[in-house]
Design a protein around this ligand. Structure first.
Ligand code: ARG
Length: 574
C-alpha cells in the first residue's frame, strides 16, 4: 500500500480490486473521481454511485452495490455498506487518525515529498529582469511563482534549473552608453546604481526629441557593443553589474536564488544555428525584406513569427528559440517552463510552434506559465505615467509596517527585527500567490498585513500557535496516544486535510499552480484554529493530550512545509 495515498484513493483502489470480472471497468483513478461526499452524516463519509458501472456490468445499481459490499476489503480504515444504489463508506475515525499521524510524523517534516521526479530535469525561466531597469512590482509574480514551482518540483525529486534570462540585449543599451558618454558621471552612477542609469535614459529621450541625430549615435554605440568594441563592452558590463547588484538586494530579501544568469546576450553567438536550421528545413521566407516563419494563420490564428529584421538583426523570438535549443542540449530537460506575464502569450505560442515545425518533438515540453497583472492599491502600474512601485521599496515598507504591528501586538518578543522581516516579506509573497496565477491581483496593504482571514500573517501566526502549544507540552510525561480522542469533527477535518496534502502538492505541480498549496495551507490553518478553540491541547488525561500534541505537531510540520513551498518563512514565535 502506498503510504501517500489519501483516503479517497484508498477507497477507490479497494473498489477497483473487488470488481466482478468484466471488461472496460474504470481505473482506480477514475473511481476516485466518482466518489461523493454524502449529504448527511448518517450516510457515512464517502459514497460510490454504482450506476456508473451499470452499463459495463449490465446490472442494476443496487445489485452492484450489494456485490461490492460483500467482496470489498477496505482494511481497518472503513466499513462499506450498501445503501440503495450506493456503496457507502463509514470511516473508522480512530484508525484513520492513527494511520494519518503515523505517516505524517514519520516523514520527518517532509510530508508530501516524493521521488517521482528522480532523473528528470525541469528548467524554469523566471524573474528574467531587464538590465538598467529597476526591479518593480510587475516582476514580483514571475519571481515568486518561479521560486515556488522550483521548490515544488525539488520536493518531488526533480532536478531543477532556475534561470534568470536577463534582458541584456537591445538598442536601448546603445542609447544608454551614448547618454552616459555625454552627461554621465562615474561617481554618481556608482552611487545611485540603476536609479542613475534610468535618469540618463530618460534624458536621452528628452534630448533626442530636440536633436534626432542622437538616435544615430545611440545606434552606433549599440553596433559597437555587437562588434565587441572594448569601450562599449566595458561600459555595458558595468551597467549589467550595477543592475545585478541592485536586484541582488531584492533577491536576498525574497530568499530567491538562481542557477544561471545566461540572458539574451549570451545567445548572440548562438543564433547562426537557428537561421541555418530554419533555412535548411525550408521554413524561412522573406517578406518585405524581413525573414519570417509562416505559421498558417488561417488555421492557427497566429501571424508569422519574425526571425530577422530587414537589417539582419535578430529578434526576441529568435533569441528564445536559440536559448531553447541550447538548454535542451545543455540540460536535456523534461520540461522547460517560462514564467512570464500573460501579455506575452502570442510570442510564446508563436515560437513554440516554430520549434515544433523544426521537427523537435520536445516542443511539447515547452510551457508558458502565464500570470495576470498586478496593480497597487487599485492603481494600475505604468512606467510611462510614472505609477511605478519598486519592489525593494515595497518589501522594505512591508517589513517596516510589520515591525510596528509586532511592536503593538507582542511588545515582549525577542528578535523583533527578524520576525518583522519574515512577516513583512511573507505578507507580500502570500498576497501574490493566493489566487490562481492567471487572475489579476490588486495589492493592498490593509489586506496583506491583516492577521485575520486569508493572509500571510494569519497563516504564520497559526504556525507560531502550534509551536507555542508544543513548547508547553515539551516537559510533560510521555504517554501512549489515545487516538480515539481525535474522533470529533474538528480533528477529523484536520486529519482529512493532512492526508490530502501529498495529493495537493502533486496537483500544484501538474497545473504549475502554487496557489493550490497556498489554499491548502490556509485551509489547514483555519481548521486548526477551530480545533484549537474546541479542544484543550494540554489535557490532563495523558493519552488524550498525547494524541492532540501529535496532531498539533503534524499540522505545524505541514504548515511549515507548505509555507516553504510557496517561498515563505515560518517564525516560531510572533
Ligand atoms: N525580460 C523579459 C521581460 O521583462 C522577460 C523574459 C522572459 N523569458 C523569456 N525566455 N522570454 O519582459
Amino acid at each position: 500500500m502506498d503510504t501517500k495515498q489519501s483516503l479517497s484513493e484508498l477507497i477507490a483502489q479497494a473498489i477497483a480490486e473487488s470488481f466482478p470480472q468484466a471488461e472496460n471497468l474504470p481505473s482506480a483513478g477514475e473511481i476516485a473521481g466518482f466518489l461523493e461526499i454524502p449529504p448527511e452524516k448518517e450516510m457515512g463519509d464517502y459514497a460510490f454511485p454504482c450506476f456508473k458501472l451499470s452499463r459495463t456490468l449490465r446490472m442494476g445499481p443496487p445489485q452492484i452495490a450489494a456485490r461490492l459490499a460483500e467482496a470489498i476489503d477496505a482494511g481497518d480504515l472503513c466499513q462499506a455498506r450498501q445503501m440503495g444504489g450506493y456503496l457507502n463508506f463509514f470511516l473508522n475515525r480512530e484508525n484513520f487518525a492513527r494511520r494519518t499521524l503515523e505517516h505524517v510524523l514519520a516523514s520527518d517534516g517532509r510530508w508530501g515529498a516524493g521521488e517521482e521526479g528522480k532523473g528528470k530535469t525541469i528548467c524554469l525561466d523566471f524573474s528574467s529582469i531587464n538590465i538598467a531597469k529597476r526591479f518593480h512590482i510587475g516582476h514580483l509574480s514571475t519571481t515568486m511563482i518561479g521560486q515556488s514551482l522550483r521548490r515544488i518540483f525539488d520536493f518531488l525529486g526533480y532536478k531543477t534549473v532556475a534561470i534568470n534570462y536577463l534582458g541584456d540585449w537591445g538598442t536601448q543599451f546603445g542609447k544608454l552608453i551614448c547618454a552616459y558618454k555625454l552627461w554621465g558621471d562615474r561617481q554618481e552612477v556608482e552611487r545611485d546604481g540603476v536609479e542613475a542609469l534610468t535618469r540618463l535614459y530618460v534624458r536621452f529621450h528628452e534630448e533626442a526629441e530636440k536633436n534626432p541625430a542622437l538616435e544615430d549615435e545611440g545606434r552606433r554605440w549599440f553596433k559597437a557593443i555587437e562588434d565587441g568594441d572594448a569601450e562599449a563592452l566595458e561600459l555595458f558590463n558595468w551597467f549589467k553589474e550595477l543592475t545585478l547588484k541592485d536586484t541582488q538586494r531584492v533577491y536576498d530579501l525574497l530568499g530567491v536564488t538562481f542557477d544561471s544568469y545566461n540572458g539574451e546576450a549570451f545567445f548572440n553567438d548562438k543564433m547562426g544555428r537557428v537561421i541555418d536550421e530554419l533555412k535548411a528545413k525550408n521554413l524561412l521566407t522573406v517578406s518585405d525584406g524581413a525573414s519570417i516563419v509562416d505559421l498558417d494563420e488561417e488555421k492557427t490564428g497566429m501571424p508569422p513569427c519574425l526571425i530577422l529584421k530587414k537589417d539582419g538583426a535578430t529578434l526576441y523570438a529568435t533569441r528564445d528559440i536559440a536559448a531553447a535549443l541550447w538548454r535542451k542540449d545543455e540540460y536535456d530537460f523534461d520540461k522547460c517552463l517560462y514564467v512570464v506575464a500573460y501579455q506575452q502569450d502570442l510570442h510564446f505560442r508563436q515560437w513554440f510552434k516554430v520549434v515544433e515545425k523544426m521537427g523537435y518533438e520536445w516542443a511539447k515540453d515547452l510551457v508558458h506559465v502565464a500570470f495576470g497583472m498586478i496593480s497597487y492599491e487599485g492603481q494600475s502600474l505604468s512606467t510611462r505615467k510614472g505609477h511605478v512601485v519598486f519592489l525593494e521599496d515595497l518589501l522594505l515598507n512591508a517589513i517596516y509596517k510589520a515591525r510596528s504591528i509586532i511592536e503593538e501586538k507582542s511588545p515582549g518578543l525577542e528578535n523583533k527585527d527578524e520576525v518583522a522581516r519574515q512577516v513583512g516579506i511573507g505578507a507580500v509573497i502570500y498576497a501574490d500567490l493566493q489566487n490562481n496565477r492567471i487572475k489579476d491581483i490588486d495589492f493592498s496593504w490593509e489586506r496583506a498585513l491583516s492577521f485575520d482571514g486569508e493572509t500571510g500573517p494569519y497563516v504564520q501566526y497559526t504556525h507560531a500557535r502550534c509551536c507555542s502549544a508544543l513548547r508547553k507540552a515539551e516537559g510533560l510525561d510521555p504517554a501512549e496516544p489515545d487516538y480515539s480522542a481525535l474522533s470529533d469533527d474538528y480533528a477529523q477535518e484536520l486529519l482529512r486535510l493532512l492526508s490530502r496534502f501529498p495529493e495537493t502538492v502533486r496537483e500544484a505541480a501538474a497545473r504549475y499552480e502554487p496557489s493550490i498549496v497556498t489554499r491548502a495551507v490556509t485551509e489547514l490553518c483555519k481548521a486548526y484554529n477551530k480545533f484549537y478553540y474546541e479542544n484543550r491541547i494540554l489535557e490532563e488525561n495523558a493519552g488524550v493530550r498525547e494524541a492532540r500534541v501529535r496532531l498539533t505537531r503534524a499540522v505545524r510540520d505541514t504548515v511549515r512545509t507548505g509555507l516553504w513551498l510557496i517561498g515563505m518563512e515560518a517564525p516560531e514565535r510572533m
